[in-house]
Design a protein around this ligand. Structure first.
Ligand SMILES: Cc1cc2nc3c(=O)[nH]c(=O)nc-3n(C[C@H](O)[C@H](O)[C@H](O)COP(=O)(O)O)c2cc1C
Length: 185
């Protein structure tokens, strides 16, 4: 896990004194106490009801990260059913992540009980993006079936159709806004 192999990253994040620190996709929750000791709220992304462990560890905010989400993570449960299941079982504030990139989608997750939404892919095409022009164009012109889901071990678990599709061999369809734009070359 990165938090063990590169502890300086957590130290740097805490030193920056953010209002909220998010660390995800690991079983080590020792970072939560360090965040709290520094007066920083803790958040973590979860993809199933094993979220209970995070709450027991003191995480203040859960991010229900559904299968529609871009970037890394285990794409198993869709955003809305995941959000509903977590809200039914746990009492901390829950943000919805995965395929939220419009006012309509935000309204939907708020109506379902989310405290807010956690966006990723939508920021890939913002003014401050570090993506190449080509990657931005690919993201913005993608259609509804233009993303693929790849193995979690991949460096790009969800990407827009392209060379990675044949490299990874497994496909899933999703909103274009749920795809990462890491397929940039
Ligand atoms: C290009 C890209 C990189 C990401 N990198 C990380 C990361 O390093 N750590 C992390 O916890 N989540 C990462 N995410 C996931 C986001 O935090 C978020 O869960 C996801 O993007 C939400 O779904 P959306 O992409 O449909 O908005 C990344 C997402 C994208 C699109």
């Amino acid at each position: 896990m990165v938090i063990a192999s590169e502890p300086q990253l957590l130290t740097a994040a805490i030193a920056a004194k953010p209002a909220l620190l998010s660390v995800s996709f690991g079983d080590d929750f020792s970072w939560v106490r360090r965040a709290h000791d520094a007066g920083i709220a803790a958040a973590t992304q979860v993809g199933n009801l094993r979220a209970e462990r995070a709450v027991e560890a003191g995480v203040d905010v859960l991010i229900a990260r559904g299968a529609e989400a871009g970037g890394h993570g285990e794409p198993t449960v869709g955003t809305l059913p995941l959000l509903a299941a977590i809200l039914d079982h746990l009492s901390v504030p829950v943000l919805a992540a995965g395929g939220v990139s419009s006012g309509r989608a935000l309204a939907a997750v708020l109506a379902a009980g989310a405290a807010g939404a956690w966006l990723g892919t939508a920021f890939c095409a913002c003014t401050e993006t570090l993506l190449s022009d080509r990657a931005c164009r690919a993201l913005l012109s993608a259609q509804d079936t233009d993303t693929v889901s790849a193995p979690a071990s991949s460096t790009s678990p969800r990407a827009i159709h392209g060379r990675r599709r044949s490299q990874n061999g497994c496909c899933a369809t999703s909103s274009p806004t749920a795809g990462t734009a890491t397929n940039r070359n």
